[in-house]
Design a protein. Structure first.
Length: 184
């Protein structure tokens, strides 16, 4: 039986064939720069250079107290924009405190690699990618993550953007509104 890679369906220059190329787990939304310039920073090593993965595409999970509360996709819109939408949503915004993400573009020269619109994988590669994703998300105790996720670039969240005290920020805006309206 011939592999689809041999038949030219998967480009030989593909860095690795796993469906998921990069990921980050249990990131804190307080360390994301939600305004211009938009930044969702990660690092390959804890003290490495910052990589802005705001434009990555893939899937993500929102958690409250480490329990999944929402699963979403960033396909037509980038990961950062999708997370920002949830952050601003009056219904979902306050109901999640961390997120994990699994990107399909990957990195090239320290930046998110803008891949073509079509990614061709053989059925074996697609199945292996789905399996790796499920292992990463569910973390079943009988599976070894390292064995199946060896090609994925795991990123640590960068803490370069210090969290803003959201309550203090809201109080400051309220004070400004009250001063403008003449109420002290």
């Amino acid at each position: 039986m011939t592999d689809e890679r041999d038949a030219g369906m998967v480009p030989a220059e593909t860095p690795h064939s796993c469906l998921v190329k990069t990921c980050g787990e249990f990131w804190n939304p307080e360390y994301v720069k939600w305004g211009k310039p938009w930044r969702l920073l990660g690092r390959r090593e804890p003290k490495g250079a910052d990589i802005n993965i705001y434009g990555e595409r893939g899937v993500y999970i929102l958690y409250q107290d480490r329990l999944p509360v929402y699963v979403g996709k960033a396909d037509k819109t980038c990961l950062g924009d999708r997370l920002a939408e949830h952050r601003a949503d009056w219904r979902k915004g306050p109901r999640w405190d961390s997120f994990s993400w699994f990107g399909i573009f990957g990195l090239k020269q320290g930046k998110v690699w803008q891949r073509p619109k079509e990614i061709k994988l053989s059925p074996s590669e697609l199945i292996a990618g789905l399996e790796a994703l499920l292992i990463a998300v569910i973390d079943p105790r009988l599976n070894s993550k390292r064995e199946w996720l060896k090609d994925i670039i795991w990123l640590y969240q960068s803490e370069t953007d210090k969290p803003v005290d959201r309550l203090a920020s809201i109080e400051e805006k309220l004070d400004q509104i009250l001063k403008k309206s003449g109420v002290s």
